[in-house]
Structure formats: C-alpha cells, structure tokens
Design a protein around this ligand. Structure first.
Ligand code: PEP
Ligand code: MG
Length: 395
C-alpha cells in the first residue's frame, strides 16, 4: 500500500496486480487517489512483456490487453460518458444527503493525508469518518515524534475548521507492516497481532499518537477511534492509556481538549457485544472490509475466495442490521467506513437500516449523496424487511 501511496499521480494512469481483492489496502489507496486499478488477476503479469497497450477498467474489474480499434473507441466513449456524469454529480456535491421523505444522513470521507482531506472537501464531505494514520508511519524509516504528528494533524484541522475528524489509532500488521516495529512471522496474520492488539502492546507508540490527537483537539473537532477491537477490556486499556496521555500533557502544561472515543466494529466478537461496548464508547463505525472477511471466513485479499467475500451476503447484512439496532438501543450513533458504504447496491439498504453516517473515498461522495437524495427512507425500510429474510446472495 505504501508503494501506491508514493506513486506520482500525474505519471501513473492505472495499475494491475496479480494478487489482492477490491478491499485490499492497495486497492483502497488507489481508490482514494483516484487511480484506476484492477487487482487479483491471478497471473496477468506473465501475459505482459512491456510496451503493450492496456485498458484498465477499475469500475468493472476488467483488463484488456492489446485492444482492437473498436474496443478501444468503445472504452474511450465510456470514459467520456463517465466524465460527463461525474461533472454533473460534482455540481450537486455540496448539497446535503436528504432522502425524498426528509431523512438526513451524514456523508463523510476516508482519508490518509492532507491531499485527501482537500479532495474530500472538494467532493462535498461533511466530515472525516476515517483518518487512516498508518501512512504517517509507513512511508518513513523511523517512528514519527509527537510534535510531527501534531503538526500533521494541525494542517488537517486548519482545512477542516470545525467539521468532525475521526482519527483512527494506528492499524498496522498484515498487509501494512512497519519497517521499524519488529513483527514476528505469523501463520494467520489477519487473525494475529494487528490493530489495537499491537498498539496496546506498544503503549509508548500509542500514547505518542494519543497525545498528538488530544493536543490538536484544542484546534478542531477531533475524535478518536480504535481498530480491530474484539473485547471490552481492550477498550478499557486503550482508555487508560488515553488518561495517562492526558495526565502527561497536564503535567507538561500543554494545552489540550478531551475527545470523544469510538470503536470500529470489524470483528464478529465486537459486533455481538455492541450493547456492552456502548458502556465505554461514544460512537461506533462499522468496518465492513474486515467484518466481511471474518464473518465469511474469506480473506479480503485472496482472489480465490472472492465469491464468498461479499458484504451483501445475508450473513453480513444480518450482522450489520443487528449492530445498528444495538447501537441505537444504547443511544449511540453508528457510521460505516468500510468500502460497502459507497456501494450503490448497499446504500439503500443502509439507509433503510438507519445508518447515521456513511464514510468513503472522497470521489465517491457525490454519487452516494445523489443516491440518498433519490430514494425514500420508507421504501428503503421495506426493502430491508424483505432482504433480511433472504437465504442466499441471489435471493
Ligand atoms: C474496514 O475494515 O472496513 C476498515 C475501514 O478498515 P481497513 O480497511 O483499514 O482495515
Ligand atoms: Mg479494518
């Protein structure tokens, strides 16, 4: 993922990988940077020698090697058509996402750096639903200091003014290694030492980040969110570290403001104890990229099982429905920052389930808002009632 993040967007028109899936971090970074990409082709790299012409259709997941003139001009027309549609959508990007019958939904952006934040505002984001802090750590040789992190957050605060920014604590491990944190070889890295598990074991690293967020909160509307949570104890431990971070800032005489604390729901365990976790957090955000892989037991980056990896499968939809219900029963807001939140097929369902906030790659915001503005919440609720009785994906 960090290789993609460091690509020069003006030079790279598109890319194709043999491995991965549509929610691999490589694909997510490409989507955020608006670079067309097709991932998980199997052995496509063996088929190209170099110098050939390729069509890369990131929307459909299609690569055409040495296209005929006819195919080429069909794709040129498709590209032009999409550009026209997008230009139309952008004109309405700043309008709020209110359904025909008056229900309002928040539409936020997933970002990784200041450039993404600027894009997000341009495309009508009302807040940042997920600031992935990983890339402040991965693209360097040593750990960033508190001051550096604070300066980075401060730049974001200046651009966002008083709009909400949800900062996710460092979520490394698996496909996001850190060169300067020793990570043991694991047989099942996605079931291993990642996210909050890793940061709780490295309290100094975690506290440095927490202190930077607390400090910047004096200049903006910042919130904290923990990734890969499975138990109540993890949240309690993370909040103890937050308290220590506050105490340290107090004794240093440094200005800060208290922040709201949320958790991602991206493991089946956390999904099933939302009522319990609600005792300790102010809000929830559903991470469907991971939740889908853990519910379906299908690796999000493995093209071989991509048929199974589908957030629209009844099993995943039922668990999402339950998460939203339990969060609301506890009086807490719930958002979604997995890629599903921008899926045109999923949006009406999520509206019907009453999801409070949708967070996505910046350039997908105008389309998502348009979809929400085009439907009735009442219809969406009926759709949910029907869908929840489906037994298979095709139903
Ligand atoms: C998710 O799992 O849905 C999520 C948003 O986190 P990430 O994609 O960074 O794992
Ligand atoms: Mg995740």
């Amino acid at each position: 993922p960090s290789d993609i993040a460091s690509l020069d967007k003006r030079m790279v028109l598109a890319f194709v990988t043999d491995k991965g899936g549509p929610t691999s971090h490589v694909a997510i970074v490409a989507r955020t940077m608006k670079i067309p990409a097709v991932v998980g082709t199997g052995d496509f790299s063996n088929k190209v020698k170099g110098g050939e012409l390729l069509i890369v259709d990131g929307e459909e997941g299609v690569v055409v090697l040495n296209p005929t003139e006819e195919v080429l001009s069909a794709y040129r027309r498709k590209k032009e058509y999409e550009e026209v549609i997008f230009a139309e959508l952008i004109k309405e990007a700043r309008l709020p996402a209110i359904t025909i019958d008056g229900a309002r939904f928040k539409v936020f952006a997933n970002v990784g750096n200041l450039d993404d934040v600027r894009e997000a505002l341009r495309y009508g984001a009302e807040g940042i639903g997920l600031l992935r802090t990983e890339f402040m750590y991965t693209e360097r040789k040593s750990m960033p200091a508190e001051e550096e992190l604070y300066e980075t957050f401060l730049e974001i605060a200046k651009v966002m003014e008083d709009k909400p920014v949800i900062v996710r604590t460092l979520d490394i491990g698996c496909d996001k290694p850190l060169p300067y944190v020793r990570m043991p070889e694991e047989e099942n890295p996605f079931l291993g030492w990642r996210g909050i598990r890793l940061t709780l074991d490295n309290p100094q690293l975690m506290k440095t980040q927490l202190k930077a967020v607390l400090r910047v909160s004096a200049h903006g509307n910042f919130m904290l969110m923990f990734p890969m949570v499975t138990t109540l104890e993890e949240i309690r431990k993370a909040k103890e570290l937050l308290k220590e971070a506050e105490d340290e800032l107090k004794s240093e005489g440094t200005k800060f403001k208290e922040v709201k604390v949320g958790t991602m729901i991206e493991t089946p365990a956390s999904a099933l104890i939302v009522d319990v976790l609600a005792e300790e957090v102010d809000f929830f955000s559903i991470g469907t990229n991971d939740l889908t892989q853990y519910v379906m037991a299908a690796d999000r980056g493995n093209a071989k099982v991509s048929e199974l990896y589908n957030p629209l499968h009844p099993a995943v939809l039922r668990i999402i429905h339950r998460i939203i219900e339990e969060a609301h029963n506890a009086g807490k807001e719930v958002g979604m920052c997995g890629e599903m939140a921008a899926d045109p097929k999923a949006i009406p369902l999520l509206v019907g389930m009453g999801l409070d906030e949708f967070s996505m790659s910046p350039f997908l915001i105008p389309r998502a808002k348009k979809i929400i503005r085009s439907i009735e919440k009442r219809d969406a609720e009926n759709l949910v009632a029907n869908i929840l009785s489906a037994r298979t994906l095709s139903e």
